[in-house]
Design a protein around this ligand. Structure first.
Ligand code: DX5
Ligand code: ZN
Length: 219
């Protein structure tokens, strides 16, 4: 029996003027991780938040933090993100010159190590670091902004990635354009964890939105 899909609400679509209230609305029994997008205006065109705000979020929520670094040379900040409360830290393969060393260092700090790929990067770019990974995050949109459309050819990429992972204990996560209408397709292709921002935070009940995403994957 396949494990049920896990959902990570992406805070990027939440109301940043009211974060405490937003966090209080998320049921830790339903949200498996809280996905936090860190952008540097360099690797991606947008800018968001850093360890200071993540630390404040950590103080106000007991949902495990899944921190997605869309920053150049992420190895400079691993200790800071550990100190801010990240349990899972994901770096982009394209932004990290010595990826194996970076993943090793993330684990040495006591966090789970993730690597992310942009839509145009082949899954084979991670084939030599599979023993160093706890999670692969496939971008199903070009990173930088919430509310974009899922890129259709990513479904085949998810399948290829699942095949490459084989028996390694690596979770496969997908990020971008995940909605009630396509979550079943990505789950069936092999995604274990689905990040979802605008789909959840545009609905009156965030918990109901998460429930509906989970229900869409059940037969
Ligand atoms: C985009 C971010 C995503 C984003 C997803 O660069 O990495 O996590 O919040 O948002 P939706 O689900 O709206 O596509
Ligand atoms: Zn993300």
């Amino acid at each position: 029996m396949r494990k049920p899909v896990q959902i990570a609400p992406s805070l990027l679509s939440a109301d940043f003027g009211n974060l405490e209230a937003e966090l209080a609305q998320l049921d830790p029994q339903l949200a498996d991780y809280l996905h936090i997008d860190v952008m540097d205006g360099n690797f991606v065109p947008n800018l968001t938040i850093g360890p200071l705000v993540i630390d404040a979020i950590h103080q106000r929520s007991n949902i495990p933090l899944d921190v997605h670094l869309m920053i150049e040379k992420p190895e400079r900040y691993l200790k800071d993100f550990k100190a801010s409360g990240a349990q899972l830290l994901t770096v982009h393969q394209e932004a990290c010159r010595h990826l194996q060393a970076c993943l090793r260092d993330i684990r040495a700090l006591g966090m789970k190590a993730g690597a992310s790929l942009n839509p145009s990067t082949p899954v084979e770019m991670l084939s030599q670091v599979l023993p160093d990974l706890d999670l692969i995050l496939l971008m199903t949109v070009n990173p930088g902004f919430g509310g974009q459309e899922f890129i259709p050819q990513m479904t085949d990429k998810i399948r290829a990635c699942k095949k490459m992972i084989g028996s390694y204990p690596i979770e496969l996560s997908v990020d971008g354009g995940i909605k009630r209408s396509n979550i079943r397709e990505v789950y069936e292709a092999g995604a274990d964890l689905c990040v979802s921002g605008s789909e959840i935070f545009s609905q009156p009940s965030y918990n109901e939105a998460i429930r509906q995403l989970k229900a869409a994957c059940q037969s």
